[in-house]
Design a protein around this ligand. Structure first.
Ligand code: SF4
Length: 249
């Protein structure tokens, strides 16, 4: 019999603890989410071909240092964060080993590592995530994943000393690479060149109620004895089958 998630009911292994990051939980909200891929990811220690360019995390770290440094030197938020409202200060985001909660219903531990926690003038908290990407209003295909990721941070934050969480936002930082910027002599020096970034802010609706059903879905998929069916339209699984057929001789 299908469950509420549309997936067949499986044997429960509720005794097996599961740990999942806010970002990986967000994968379940993507329109092309594949339970098979998720199941495989949960059951192997490491997937092959996982190459992520380190430059993006370097830029995100730089972003955090810029914001915190500005607050420390000037006692106020940088002007490009002004669309977020009256920000009083910031609180250093805790290490992910401390920013986690346990959900007894699903026996799942949810952890995260928010980029920024801003304190508003009413002492509530606004959680932000920096994304180095071109900004197109409401058209980021990864938005459903980011929405869950930020709401997971809100749920964790509420229980880990950051209550109340009053808002969530994505801060897109987009490289300025137009011909005018390239033509500026001031963007070059003996050491190299300077590339600016323009910031765009997109608010994310606070919807903590989205998180418990997703944790239940993690449990349900993970407890299956066998991997779910492959998505029909996914050419990667067909390629993998071909690869295995060739390798198998
Ligand atoms: S169908 Fe696609 S997304 Fe699903 S397991 Fe296969 S390769 Fe992964």
């Amino acid at each position: 019999m299908p469950s509420e998630t549309g997936l067949p009911k499986q044997r429960k292994l509720m005794s097996d603890p599961i740990t999942i990051s806010a970002k990986n939980l967000g994968a379940l909200a993507m329109p092309d989410f594949c339970p098979r891929c998720f199941w495989i990811g949960m059951h192997v220690d490491e997937l092959p071909y996982q190459i992520f360019p380190g430059i993006f995390s370097s830029i995100d770290s730089y972003n955090k240092r810029l914001v915190h440094g500005w607050f420390d030197r000037h006692g106020s938020a940088p002007a490009w964060l002004s669309p977020l409202g009256n920000i009083k200060t910031y609180r250093p985001p805790p290490h992910y080993s401390k920013f986690k909660i346990f959900d007894a219903e699903s026996n799942v531990t949810l952890w995260g590592s928010p980029d920024g926690i801003l304190v508003m003038d009413d002492d509530s908290h606004l959680i932000v995530d920096y994304k180095t990407a071109k900004f197109t209003p409401h058209q980021d295909s990864l938005f459903p994943m980011y929405e869950v990721q930020l709401n997971a941070y809100a749920v964790i934050g509420e229980q880990k000393g950051f209550a109340p969480v009053s808002g969530l936002a994505l801060v897109y930082t987009e490289p300025v690479t137009d011909p005018a910027a390239a033509a500026k002599d001031s963007n070059q020096s003996d050491a190299g060149f300077v590339m600016g970034f323009s910031a765009q802010i997109e608010r994310v609706k606070l919807q903590p109620g989205k998180i418990p059903p997703l944790l239940a879905q993690v449990r349900e998929i993970s407890d299956r004895e066998r991997p779910p069916q492959a998505r029909k339209a996914c050419k990667n699984c067909l390629l993998l089958e071909k690869l295995l057929a060739i390798a198998g001789g």
